[in-house]
Design a protein around this ligand. Sequence first.
Ligand code: DGY
Length: 325
Amino acid sequence: MPSGRLSVVVTRRLPDVVERRMQELFDVTLREDDKPMSREALVEAVKTADVLVPTLSDQIDGGLIGQAGERLKLIANYGAGVDHIDVHTARQRGILVSNTPGVLTDDTADMTMALILSVTRRIPEGLSMMQKEDWPGWSPTAMLGGRIAGRRLGILGMGRIGQAVARRAAAFGMQVHYHNRNRLRSEIEDDLCATYWESLDQMVARMDVLSVNCPHTPSTFHLMNARRLKLMKPDAVLVNTSRGEVVDENALTRMLRAGEIAGAGLDVYENAGAINPRLRELKNVVLLPHMGSATVEGRLEMGEKVLLNIKTFDDGHRPPDQVVP
Ligand code: DGY
């Protein structure tokens, strides 16, 4: 017998409290293990559910959406980035898409700063030395990094996260520069003490640190391609907490190996399942397992956003975080 409640399929384990709330509100199918759903299971889900709650580890492409049943009306993504969802095909099929913006801004910006400091101050090298009991003792010339105060930080993508990085970087004494599809209003620029560069090439060529904070879209794929990476100063550092696809990972790896740039801090990869193995060998590279938004608080707030999006839709209104292609 239909329960009258929305049928919701969640593709990954979510924090317990979020799952419990889902069970209270909806007729929900939860995961027993934390492995991504198989394609077959996803097809079954879109054929039978009213709402799908995917994460970035699911490919919600046009082929999958094309197989959706009449019932599927909302894809309520657990996450901010929606580059794994074919939002255009969803729209054509009358399926709404929502996401969880805002609640992972501070955490991701914190991680951006952590990567900048880790690379420039060689924190993982120091940690590894201590863990291996390989520390010969303090020396005036050992483990020297670079000071970030006074350095030029170029932020590529000045949305919520880019702006949160700008505030943090300014507090660290960095000079903030940015490139964005649209220039910010002058009051916001003044507030952030941020200098706008219309030309990305010119900005890239002048920065000491470049932080990638734009979403991955067809127009940002390989925005940092081999040609543009080559414009970076040899003593510059690149950090990416957005999406791997924005940077040509192979070109970056070649340049790091050749010493053509000083270092990189990466939380994201072009293919998380097949990271360029050469990256792992490099001392001047800090690699993290896509944990920019991984805080207890952030994950709960993401869950609250998903719940609110579904609940609002269930009440007959637009989900507050509807993604418009
Ligand atoms: C997102 O929500 O898109 C983040 O990348 C997840 O960490």
